[in-house]
Design a protein around this ligand. Sequence first.
Ligand SMILES: [Zn+2]
Length: 363
Amino acid sequence: MSFKDKYRRFRQWQRQPFDYHDSHDHHGCCNCGAESDNNYCPRCGQKAAYGPITWHSVWQGVMDVWGVGTRSLPYTLWQLLWRPGYLIRDYISGKRQVSFPPVKMLVIMAVLIVLMYSLLGFGFEASFDDEESHNAVQGFLQGDFYNWMERHIEWAVLTVFSLFIVPVWFLFRSAPRLPRHTLPQGFFIQVFIGVQYLLYMMLVTLVFSMIPQISGSGDEVAGFMTMVVLPLMLWCDYKQLFGYGWWGTLWRIIVALLLAVTVAKILIHFGGACYGLFVGDGSMGFRYLLGGSDHLVLMWLLLEVILLINTKPWREGVSWYKFLTRPLLAVAVLSLTAIACNLYGIENSIVNLTESMQEMFLP
Ligand SMILES: [Zn+2]
């Protein structure tokens, strides 16, 4: 078989790996004796493929721990390596049988990765400057919260990827292959991507553990994951899942990243404002409230710009001022909040966002 044929077969498998067919032979059920020619007994629901106990049943019994058949954990992970976006679309459009239950899969992967790290003797070193954590909220984020994240990898991954649910829902709402996906569907998209992230993290850790200069540090794995693996992973996933081209997928992912960082900042600031009110520190509460509002306005501006790009007023030949009113209003309000932030000595959202982006892309 030529390479071209192999590739064509691979593409076909990527899009449609499952071939369901009836058994077409008349048989009696091993459990209740009812006669049928279906894959499952119509009376008691037992699988027709279950015959008397044999060595094959022993194998199946053991593999049952990881799920059986198309729903098995190994096969789902295999699919996540080679057809991630297609698998996710299959699952969220109702084909539950194609995948191992995703949330369960995330928890199992987190347990496996903790096991792997302790076996290999890998560890993380928290790299926070002491002078930075001068206030209570930052102290909490870099202390208790960070420790909690380290001990509960599955929830940490879910928390981080959950920040993408709303941005992805907004940016990909008119996608060619999956138009108008819902927020609950968005949740499962992020769970699958979280599992995939842990899967790649395992593979990268395995490779890194064989290189003597690197072994022993989880930080290097984490750096390689965010710099190289994660961007490529997201690019492939969202392209397969939503059906935009390479470029259309790329800019949406970058904007989704900007929005996700902004969402995180908004949550942190308003969390800080609540904390300030709770401990009765009014000035701290006010500072966080101002910083949070500033980030909220930035998010508004970003959304307006995306809407403007989507409406394409330059192509329709309609009047610009009709479409520019709201974005310009957002710019004006953002300038006001930035000035207010400067007056109170708080970093404004644009400076903050630029710094986060630099941290992310330029180590
Ligand atoms: Zn039966």
